[in-house]
Write a protein that binds this ligand. Structure first.
Ligand code: URA
Length: 197
């Protein structure tokens, strides 16, 4: 296991394990506070993220930040945001199973280091990789599953909400369920006082 998050990031930025490295501009390692105990996992970088090297900075990212703010969270303070694949799949296609497999160890190392108590999967790709292969977002969004003391939940991907705003109300109720889960798990606050929602 990596003893430092900085070293993990440095190594990840050099990764050439799959062919996505040929077309990327930047590796998008992740964003937020690595001392947070809530981890959000998206699918993979889009165009804006590829160009800037930052996770969720496009319109989807702005929408995600709105939901976070609504429940008293922020990427600066108390969440970390990562992706299943760290390099942009061309034309924003779904990452292929072999690309996901090549990239998996980076997320595993991030999880080992962050040790989140709650993981929120943003969209089908993340939920099927992390929660269950046949996870259906429309049916199971907002439901928490416990695994080895960590709570896993899947919700809509922000890009899907931009395409289909009718699902925004469901997404909002998932974030409210998250706020309740945070209160239950952390009793409203944590050791480092980060979660006072
Ligand atoms: N979509 C994702 O899944 N991740 C990002 O970082 C940006 C868009």
């Amino acid at each position: 296991m990596y003893e430092s998050f900085t070293k993990l990031k440095e190594d990840c930025l050099q990764c050439r394990a799959c062919s996505l490295c040929e077309t990327r501009t930047n590796v998008v390692f992740g964003a937020g506070n690595p001392d947070a105990q809530i981890l959000f996992v998206g699918e993979g970088p889009g165009e804006n993220e590829d160009l800037t090297g930052e996770a969720f900075v496009g319109r989807g990212g702005q929408l995600l930040d709105k939901y976070l703010t609504h429940i008293g969270l922020s990427r600066e303070e108390n969440v970390y945001i990562a992706n299943i694949v760290k390099c942009r799949p061309p034309h924003n296609r779904d990452p292929k199973p072999e690309e996901q497999a090549s990239c998996e160890h980076w997320l595993r190392e991030q999880v080992k280091r962050i040790r989140p108590k709650i993981i929120v999967c943003l969209g089908r790709i993340a939920a099927q990789k992390i929660i269950r292969e046949d996870f259906r977002v429309t049916k199971e969004h907002g439901v928490f599953y416990e695994r080895k003391g960590c709570y896993l939940m899947g919700t809509y991907h922000p890009a899907a909400l931009l395409r289909n705003p009718a699902q925004k109300a469901d997404a909002l109720s998932d974030f409210i369920a998250l706020r309740e889960k945070i209160s239950e798990v952390f009793g409203g606050t944590t050791d480092n006082g980060l979660y006072s929602v």
